[in-house]
Design a protein around this ligand. Structure first.
Ligand SMILES: Cc1cc2nc3c(=O)[nH]c(=O)nc-3n(C[C@H](O)[C@H](O)[C@H](O)COP(=O)(O)OP(=O)(O)OC[C@H]3O[C@@H](n4cnc5c(N)ncnc54)[C@H](O)[C@@H]3O)c2cc1C
Length: 357
C-alpha cells in the first residue's frame, strides 16, 4: 500500500465519491497506478443515510465512502485529501495542481468531482437541506411517506415533482412561488391527484423545535407542512478543467450544467474522462458508482491500447533512428578516445564507453 503522493500515475482521479472510488477500484485491480484526490465534500453529506442502493441501503454516506477508500487502498491505490484547482497538458500526459501547491502527473484523468446543488434563495431553507428539505423521492421518499409535503416550484419539473411525491403521501401541496401557476392539462393532473396549488411567493421556511412548521408566504399566510421538496439547479464542479479546454455545458434537461461525456465516460478532450454527477446530473449513488467503474475500465483499455502500440513499435524497430544516431555517436566518441574496441562484442561494452564519454 502506497503512503504518499508520487510524481506520476497512470491515472489521477479528481473526486473520491462513489464515481471516483469505483473508477479507482477498477484501475487499481488492473494493476494501474492510481491516485484519488478528494476534497471530502460528497453531495449527499447532509443526509443521514444512502437509500435505494442494493445491499447497502441505509448506510451512512461517510461509512460507504470509508469502505470504498479501504477497498481502493487494499489494491495499492492512493487516496489523498486535497483540492484540485487546475489541470494542464504536460507533454503526452497531463498534470493537475492542488490548492496546497502539490502537482501530480498522469497519463489519464478521470473527473468525478460531482456537482453543486444551488438551492432556491428562501431564508431558512438551506439549513434544513438533506433533512426535511428534500429533492429526490428515491433518496428520501420512503422516509417522508404520509407526511404533509410542500413542493416549491422553481422550474419546469415542478408538476412532475409534485406528482412523484404524491406517490408517497396523499397530502401534497404545490407552491407556485416564482413560477406561473400550472394551467391546462397540468392543472387538471394536479386536481385529479388531489394536489392543491398555493399561489404566491414563499418568503421563508418556519422552523419550531428543530422541525419544519411550514412555509411563510410573502402575504403573511403560513402553509403548515412537515417537509419541503425543491428542485435544485445542478452545476458540475469543473472550473479546474478550463486549462484543458473543457467547460461545462447546459444539460439537455434544462436543470443545470454538466461535462458532456460518452456513455463510457470519454469527454471531448482525449485522455480526460468523466463519471458520476459531473456528467450525469441525475445519477444516484449506484449509477455514479457504475459510471465510475465503466470509466475506470475504459481508461484501462485505452492505456492497454497505448502500451501495446508502443510495445509493437519497439518490437519492430528496437533501434529507432534517434537511438541509432546516439549509439553511433557514442561509438565514434569511444574511437576518438582510443577505445576502438569499446563496441565489439568482446570489448568493454556501450555502458563502459558511455561512462568515459
Ligand atoms: C441531500 C442528498 C441526499 C441524497 N441521498 C441519496 C440517496 O439516498 N441515495 C442515492 O443513491 N443518492 C442520493 N443522493 C445523490 C448522491 O449524492 C449522488 O448520486 C452521489 O453523491 C454522486 O456521486 P459522485 O461520486 O458523482 O459525486 P460526489 O459524491 O459528490 O463526490 C464528489 C467528490 O469530489 C470531491 N471534489 C469536488 N471537487 C473537487 C476538486 N476540485 N478536487 C478534489 N476533489 C473534489 C468532492 O469533495 C466529493 O468528495 C443524494 C443527494 C443529496 C443532495
Amino acid at each position: 500500500m502506497s503512503d504518499q503522493l508520487k510524481d506520476t500515475y497512470d491515472a489521477v482521479i479528481v473526486g473520491g465519491g462513489a464515481a471516483g472510488l469505483n473508477g479507482a477500484l477498477m484501475l487499481a485491480r488492473s494493476r494501474r497506478s492510481v491516485a484519488v484526490i478528494d476534497a471530502g465534500a460528497p453531495r449527499n453529506a447532509p443526509a443521514a443515510a444512502v437509500h435505494g442502493l442494493l445491499a447497502r441501503d441505509g448506510t451512512a454516506p461517510g461509512e460507504l465512502l470509508e469502505r470504498g477508500r479501504a477497498e481502493v487502498r487494499g489494491y495499492g491505490g492512493y487516496v489523498a485529501a486535497g483540492e484540485v484547482i487546475c489541470a494542464w497538458r504536460d507533454g503526452d500526459a497531463f498534470a493537475v495542481g492542488l490548492a496546497d501547491g502539490r502537482a501530480v502527473r498522469a497519463r489519464r484523468i478521470l473527473v468525478a468531482a460531482g456537482l453543486v446543488d444551488e438551492l432556491p434563495d428562501i431564508p431558512g431553507l438551506a439549513r434544513r437541506w438533506g433533512r426535511d428539505v428534500v429533492h429526490c423521492p428515491y433518496c428520501h421518499g420512503w422516509e417522508v411517506r404520509d407526511a404533509a409535503i410542500g413542493v416549491v416550484a422553481t422550474g419546469p419539473m415542478a408538476v412532475h415533482q409534485a406528482l412523484m411525491f404524491r406517490q408517497l403521501s396523499a397530502d401534497v401541496v404545490l407552491l407556485s412561488h416564482d413560477q406561473p401557476a400550472p394551467a391546462g392539462e397540468r392543472a387538471e393532473q394536479l386536481a385529479a391527484r388531489g394536489i392543491r396549488v398555493v399561489d404566491g411567493a414563499v418568503a421563508a421556511i418556519e422552523v419550531a423545535e428543530d422541525r419544519i412548521a411550514g412555509l411563510r408566504m410573502s402575504d403573511g399566510r403560513l402553509v403548515a407542512r412537515d417537509v419541503v421538496a425543491v428542485a435544485t439547479r445542478m452545476r458540475a464542479r469543473a472550473g479546474f478543467l478550463a486549462g484543458l479546454g473543457l467547460h461545462p455545458a447546459a444539460h439537455p434537461s434544462g436543470m443545470g450544467e454538466h461535462i458532456p461525456a460518452e456513455p463510457d465516460g470519454r469527454t471531448a478532450v482525449d485522455g480526460v474522462w468523466a463519471a458520476g454527477n459531473t456528467t450525469d446530473l441525475a445519477a444516484q449513488v449506484g449509477a455514479a458508482a457504475a459510471a465510475g467503474a465503466a470509466a475506470g475500465a475504459g481508461i484501462n483499455a485505452d492505456l492497454i491500447t497505448e502500451d501495446t502500440r508502443r510495445a509493437v513499435e519497439a518490437y519492430r524497430d528496437p533501434f529507432p533512428a534517434g537511438t541509432e544516431a546516439h549509439l553511433c555517436e557514442q561509438a565514434a566518441g569511444a574511437a576518438r578516445h582510443g577505445l576502438e574496441d569499446a563496441t565489439r562484442p568482446d570489448g568493454p561494452g556501450i555502458a563502459a564507453g558511455t561512462e568515459h564519454a
